[in-house]
Design a protein around this ligand. Structure first.
Ligand code: PLP
Ligand code: NAG
Length: 388
C-alpha cells in the first residue's frame, strides 16, 4: 500500500518536472521567435501589429503550374488589410507635423467605402482620434455595419462623378476644411486622401517591399497585384525593381477597369465602355477595392515600374476564390482572387521554375454579401483549366 502510493507520488513528481522542463524549453524557444516581442506589453498597442505580415506558398497553384507561387498575407494586419500600413503612416506623419494630437478631439476624414475607412476607424480608436467616413449611399450594409461597430462617424452621400463637389472623396475634403477654417473650433481635422497622398506608396516602398524581398531571400521573378489607389503596386514595384531590375511587375486588373489598357496600350480604355453599357458605378465588377477609370497620384508613381497588365473577368475571379478555398483552405477576398488568376496565367506564359509573389489583400469575410454570395454557389471541384 505505502510502496504503491510512494511510487505513485514519485511518478507524479517526475511527470510534473518533465512538464516544467518542457515549458521552460518552450519559453526559451519562443524567445528566439522573431514574432514574439521582448518589449513589455505596456508599451505595445494594436498598432504595433501593423506590417511584418507572413508570406506563404499557395501549394495547389505551385503544384499545378510548376512555378512557386507565394502570397503576402496583408489580411493578417489587425484591421484586416494592407490599408493599416497606409492609415498608420498617415496618422504618424500628421502627428509629427503637429496636425494631429491624441485625445484632443481631432478627426480624420476619408472618402471611402472600402478597407481604408476600416483601418482608420480601428487605429483612430487605438491612438486617440475620431474617424469620419464619407461614402456612397449605396454601400453594402455589411460595410456600413462594420464601420458603425468600430465607432466611425458615417456620412452617406449620393454616388457622383469625381468632378462633382459632393462626390464622397470631395465631400470628405470639404468637411475637413470646414473644421480647420472655423476659428472657434479647437479640433484639428486631417483629410487622409489615400488616392493622392504621397505617404501611401511610400509606406509600401518602406515596408511591404523590403519585407517581400527579405522573405523571398532576393529570389523573385514576378510581383503581381491590383491597383485601387495604386499605392501597393507603386511602392512595392519600385522597391523590387531597385533591388533587381529583372523582377517583372504585373498589374492584375478586373473587368470594367481602364488601367490594364493604360498599361498595355498607353490609353485609359475599357472594352465595356465601347459597348456603351450604362454603368451606375465607375467600375462594373463584383470585385471590390481595385480597378479604376482615372489616373491617381499613387498609380502614376508606379506606372514606369509596371511591365504589363493582365485583365481578369469576374467569372475567373469567382472560380479562383472557390478553388483556393476548397484546395488550400485559403478564404480570400475578390482582389486576392484576381491576383491569383493573373499569377497562374503568368506562370503558364513564363513556364515552370519561376518564383511569383501576389498580395492577399483581404479575407473572404469582407465580401460575404456580394462576391462570396456568388462564389459560394460554385461547384467545389473546379479545375485550373476551368479558370484560365
Ligand atoms: C481589398 C483591396 N484589395 C486591393 C486594394 C488595392 O490596394 P492599393 O490601394 O494599394 O492599390 C485595396 C485598396 O484599395 C483593397 O481594399
Ligand atoms: C519612409 O522612410 C523614410 C526614411 O526612413 C522616412 O523619412 C519616411 O518618413 C518614411 N515614410 C513613410 C510614409 O513611412
Amino acid at each position: 500500500m505505502t510502496t504503491t502510493s510512494s511510487i505513485l507520488k514519485l511518478a507524479a513528481a517526475v511527470a510534473s518536472s518533465v512538464y516544467v522542463l518542457a515549458q521552460v524549453a518552450k519559453i526559451v524557444r519562443q524567445g528566439q521567435n522573431p514574432r514574439l516581442t521582448k518589449l513589455p506589453p505596456t508599451s505595445r498597442g494594436v498598432e504595433s501589429l501593423v506590417g511584418n505580415t507572413p508570406l506563404i506558398e499557395i501549394k495547389s497553384l505551385s503544384k499545378l503550374t510548376g512555378c512557386r507561387i507565394y502570397a503576402k498575407l496583408e489580411l493578417c494586419n489587425p484591421a484586416g488589410s494592407a490599408k493599416d500600413r497606409v492609415a498608420l503612416a498617415i496618422i504618424r506623419e500628421n502627428e509629427k507635423s503637429g496636425k494631429l494630437t491624441p485625445h484632443h478631439g481631432d478627426i480624420i476624414f476619408e472618402g471611402t467605402s472600402g478597407s481604408t475607412g476600416i483601418s482608420f476607424a480601428l487605429l483612430s480608436n487605438a491612438l486617440g482620434y475620431h474617424t469620419h467616413i464619407c461614402l456612397p449611399d449605396d454601400t453594402s450594409d455589411e460595410k456600413i455595419k462594420l464601420l458603425a461597430s468600430l465607432g466611425a462617424i458615417i456620412e452617406p452621400v449620393k454616388p457622383a462623378s469625381i468632378v462633382d463637389p459632393e462626390q464622397y472623396v470631395n465631400a470628405a475634403r470639404a468637411r475637413a476644411s470646414a473644421i480647420n477654417d472655423d476659428q472657434s473650433d479647437p479640433r484639428n481635422a486631417v483629410f487622409a486622401d489615400q488616392f493622392e497622398n504621397d505617404f501611401n506608396w511610400r509606406v509600401h516602398y518602406n515596408t511591404t517591399g523590403p519585407e517581400i524581398w527579405t522573405q523571398m531571400q532576393g529570389r523573385i521573378d514576378c510581383f503581381i497585384t491590383g491597383s485601387g489607389t495604386g499605392g501597393t503596386i507603386a511602392g512595392v514595384g519600385r522597391y523590387l525593381k531597385e533591388q533587381d531590375a529583372s523582377v517583372r511587375v504585373i498589374l492584375a486588373d478586373p473587368q470594367g477597369s481602364g488601367l490594364a489598357n493604360r498599361v498595355n496600350h498607353g490609353v485609359m480604355y475599357d472594352t465595356v465602355e465601347k459597348e456603351g453599357t450604362r454603368r451606375r458605378h465607375q467600375v462594373d465588377t463584383l470585385v471590390e477595392g481595385i480597378g479604376l477609370n482615372r489616373l491617381t497620384w499613387n498609380f502614376q508613381q508606379g506606372e514606369k515600374y509596371i511591365d504589363s497588365a493582365v485583365r481578369v473577368s469576374d467569372d475567373q475571379a469567382l472560380k479562383m476564390a472557390r478553388f483556393l478555398c476548397e484546395n488550400d483552405g485559403l478564404f480570400w477576398g475578390s482582389s486576392a482572387a484576381i491576383n491569383c488568376v493573373a499569377a497562374v496565367q503568368t506562370a503558364l506564359t513564363l513556364g515552370p521554375g519561376h518564383q511569383i509573389v501576389v498580395v492577399a489583400c483581404d479575407s473572404g469575410a469582407r465580401h460575404l454579401s456580394k462576391f462570396w454570395a456568388h462564389a459560394a454557389r460554385l461547384p467545389a471541384d473546379i479545375s485550373l483549366q476551368d479558370i484560365v
